[in-house]
Design a binder for this molecule. Sequence first.
Ligand code: NDP
Length: 341
Amino acid sequence: SAVFLKFPKEFPVPGEHMEIQTKELQADLKPNSVLLRNLYFSLDPYMRGRMRDAESYIPHFQINQPMNGYGVSEVIESKNTAFPKGALVSGMTGWEQYSVIPEAFAKHLRVLPENARTSKKIPLSAWVGVLGMPGFTAYSSLKIIGQPKAGETIFVSAAAGAVGQLVGQMAKKLGLRVVGSAGSDEKVDYLLKELKFDAAFNYKKNGTILENLKRTAPEGIDIYYENVGGETLEAALEVMKNHGRVIACGMISQYNTQQPYGIRNLGHIVSKRITMRGFINDDFANECYGDFLKDVSEWLEGDEIIYKEDVQEGIEGSLEAFVGMLNGKNFGKQVVKIADL
Ligand code: NDP
C-alpha cells in the first residue's frame, strides 16, 4: 500500500511524506463489504489537496494509513450482492494491490458494463480517465458552466492533461475556436497535430503567458477553462471579452507553494461582466452523468475523439509518478497499472 506519513508544505517527497509499505490483509469480510484486486489506480491533482491538514470537500489522508482514490478493480470476494465475485468495478478504492471496501464505500462503486473486459476501443484504464472522473469533469463543466456556442473562442490551460484533452476536443466538436496552453513543445505539438486545436503555446517559452495568449487569441476569449490559476488566470482575465465565462476547475500552479500568486486584475470581472464559477464534478452527477457516459462512449467507439494516457507500471514507482504528475512530467492522464486482469 501507498501510506501517507506527513503533511507536505510544498511538493510531497516519497520516503518523507508517503511510502510504500506491506500490510496484512484483513481476513474476515464484514456484511456488505467486498475484497478488490486493484488493476488500475488513478493519480489526480486533487489528491494533493488531501495532503493538507485542513477542512475541505473531501477528508484529508490519515497519517500512517493507506491513501485512497479512483481505481478499476476486480471483485475477488464479496459479501455484497450488488458486486458479485468476478465483477469489474470502478470507484473509490485504495492506492494498493488489494483493498477491503466496507459497506459505506462499496455502495458508491459502479459495475462496469458487460463488454468492459473485451472492448478493444475502451481499455479498462479509460474508466479512471476519459470515461472516469476527469472525463466527467470536462464534459459536465464545459456544458453547464461554459454554455459554449459555435463561433466562440475558448482557452484551455493544462490542455494536454486528463481534463484538458477532452475539453478541447468537445469544444472543437461544438464549433468553437480552441486555444490551449501546455508545459512542453511535445505537448503543444500533440494539441495542434492530434487534437486539432486551432492554436496552442508552451507557457514556459516565447515571452510571458499574456504575450503568448494575445498572439494565439488575438480576437480575445469568450470562455476560459481554468486548470492552472496564478499568472495564467491573470492573463486570461486580461484578454477575456465582455460577458466571458471562467470555468474554475482547478489551480494546480498553487497546490505546492506557500506563496500564492496575487491576481492583480480581478476588477475585469466587474467591468467585463465576467462569470467565474467553481465546481466539484460530483455537483453535476444527477444532471448529466448519463449523457456523459452515452456521448463519450459513442465518441470513443466512433473514433471521434482520442486521448493519451501515461501509464506507470507497478505500484513501486507510483509515488514518484504522482509527484511527476504534479510537476507536468505526465503526458496525458496519469494512471498506475497495478495488475493485469
Ligand atoms: P493533468 O493530467 O492536467 O496533470 C496536471 C498537469 O498540470 C501537469 O501535467 C502540468 O502540465 C500542469 N501543471 C502543473 N504545474 C503547473 C504550473 N505551475 N503551471 C501550469 N501548469 C501546471 O491533471 P488533470 O487533468 O487531472 O487536472 C487538471 C486540473 O483540473 C487540475 O487543476 C485539477 O485540480 C482540476 N480538477 C478539478 C476537478 C473538479 O471537480 N473541480 C476534477 C478533476 C480535476 P504542463 O506540462 O502543461 O505544465
